[in-house]
Design a protein around this ligand. Structure first.
Ligand code: IMP
Length: 181
């Protein structure tokens, strides 16, 4: 069975990627080594840098996933700072920030970075468009899922199986797997 080492400490990301790769007959192996995240406005250089660093350190091909939520009316905030905002403010504070906003548009973005030792990293981007809900709904998923609405339901409400069919991560992973083939 083909194996891919996925460097992430995020249990939600790993659970999703593992399920999606399994469908394709690929085993995902979690590595929790971590890597320093560059401070950049875009996710692509963060994912590329991380993948390169870990591939050279472990001397094996690795994939990483750098992702975030970009809220249109907030000029893309929290974007690359999504992890910091989630850990320090959380969904209730994000909803508070959006309280008086009628433009609820947001994007989830996932960038998969892949690198083999001695080679340059490559990145694959997946985006899904949705809206910020007015309150948290649903207990599925992780992170921002309960406040991200897609076609009337939040990612927290639809559950992993449905989310994995249409998510930003699915779209990025499909591009990566096509390239890998
Ligand atoms: P990073 O990719 O480790 O920089 O973290 C991205 C942040 O966005 C973390 O707080 C994640 O929990 C959150 N996040 C990434 N992908 C998703 C998702 O699919 N659903 C909900 N939150 C996500």
């Amino acid at each position: 069975m083909r194996k891919i080492v996925f460097v992430t400490g995020n249990a939600g990301k790993f659970r999703e990627v593992k399920a999606m790769l399994e469908e394709r007959g690929i085993e995902a192996i979690q590595n929790k080594d971590g890597y320093p995240e560059l401070q950049e406005d875009d996710l692509e250089p963060i994912a590329a840098y991380g993948a390169k660093l870990v591939a050279e350190k472990l001397k094996m091909p690795v994939m990483v996933d750098d992702s975030g939520i970009f809220i249109t009316v907030l000029n893309g905030f929290p974007g690359p700072y999504s992890a910091f905002v989630e850990n320090n403010l959380g969904n209730p504070r994000v909803l508070k920030l959006m309280e008086d906003e009628t433009d609820r548009r947001a994007q989830f973005k996932s960038v998969i970075g892949y690198c083999e030792p001695g080679k340059e990293p490559v990145t694959f981007t997946g985006v899904v468009e949705g809206e910020i809900a007015y309150e948290e709904r649903g207990t599925g998923g992780f992170g921002y899922d309960p406040i991200f609405e897609y076609e009337g339901q939040t990612f927290g409400e639809i559950g992993d199986e449905e989310k994995n069919k249409i998510s930003h991560r699915r779209r990025a992973l499909d591009k990566f797997l096509e390239w890998l083939d």
